[in-house]
Write a new protein. Structure first.
Length: 145
């Protein structure tokens, strides 16, 4: 039998572990959502890799379209891809799920990180945020670092 003075410690430790682990587990998307979001991200990246920047903007979520005009999107991607050159390799590094995003409404978001190599840029991180928009997964953000 565990002495009474240690029982409270055990309860507190279990409660703390639960408080730490539960949010982490909650931030993992279920397999179906992750697969759909990843498929949308890959379709988007294929358009970008092919230089079809206007088409990539068209498949974006309304949230992104409100923040970036199609003209600005095409200009910025054209400049970025001219500097980096053609894609050599891309590997998915990480993904996470959240119901919140900075300066965005609550919803469902899946963030993907890719390690990429381009002709003129050996180590590039590509960040893609996919959100559930009107029942469909759509691109909410794309950043290159």
């Amino acid at each position: 039998m565990i002495p009474k003075q240690f029982r409270i410690h055990i309860v507190l430790i279990v409660a703390c572990v639960f408080m730490i682990v539960f949010p982490i587990l909650n931030e993992t998307p279920d397999t179906e959502k992750a697969e759909k979001a990843t498929a949308v991200a890959m379709e988007f990246l294929q358009l970008v890799d092919a230089g079809k920047y206007a088409e990539s903007w068209q498949m974006s979520a309304a949230l992104m379209k409100e923040r970036v005009t199609e003209k600005d999107w095409v200009e910025k991607l054209t400049k970025a891809r001219t500097l980096s050159g053609a894609l050599v390799e891309r590997k998915e590094k990480d993904s996470s799920y959240s119901t919140t995003a900075v300066d965005s409404p609550e919803g469902e978001y899946i963030s993907l990180i890719f390690d990429s190599k381009y002709q003129q840029s050996e180590s590039v991180a590509e960040y893609i945020t996919v959100m559930l928009d009107e029942g469909h997964w759509k691109i909410a953000g794309y950043f290159i670092q």
